[in-house]
Write a protein that binds this ligand. Structure first.
Ligand code: ATP
Ligand code: MG
Length: 137
């Protein structure tokens, strides 16, 4: 079984959608094997989205990610990285398929409710940024 890293973003925690998103995750056959609610520091958000630091939306993205608490998770399942990208749907909710988290819950391309790792390598890096090995069960 594979593991991926997930974030329930501030637009979703603010609207009390943590449980609804978790239900979608579990219905898709992914198991939540670690979870905590945290408030990111600016430095943590800048590091996490560092790959986007030259993009025009970077400042807005960092401000958004630290605007409210988030829920960070480790999800486990068969092909978890690709499976969760599918469950999340396209980055822009206008392009997201029916039944996906972003179609159901996202507000805009920026406030899009969920993050999921885009590769197994990044999943391992991102999980290690937020969880110790013994917190994942
Ligand atoms: P994530 O990395 O959060 O899982 P993603 O891989 O689907 O999302 P990326 O291209 O990595 O998309 O963009 C990271 C995040 O930056 C997006 O999820 C979104 O919150 C924000 N973002 C991306 N494009 C835009 C944009 N054009 N305007 C505003 N915010 C954007
Ligand atoms: Mg991404």
């Amino acid at each position: 079984l594979e593991r991926t890293f997930s974030i329930i973003k501030p637009d979703a925690t603010r609207r009390n959608l943590t449980g609804a998103i978790n239900a979608t995750i579990e219905k898709a056959g992914l198991r939540i094997v670690a979870q905590k609610r945290i408030l990111l520091t600016r430095a943590q958000a800048e590091t996490f989205y560092g790959v986007h630091k030259e993009r025009p939306f970077f400042g807005e993205l960092v401000d958004f990610m630290i605007s409210e608490p988030i829920v960070v998770q480790v999800l486990e399942g068969e092909n978890a990285v690709a499976a969760y990208r599918e469950v999340m749907g396209a980055t822009n909710p206008a392009n997201a398929a029916e039944g996906t988290i972003r179609k159901e819950f996202a507000l805009s391309v920026g406030e899009n409710s969920a993050h999921g790792s885009d590769s197994l390598e990044n999943a391992q890096i991102e999980i290690a940024q937020f969880f110790a090995g013994n917190e994942i069960v």
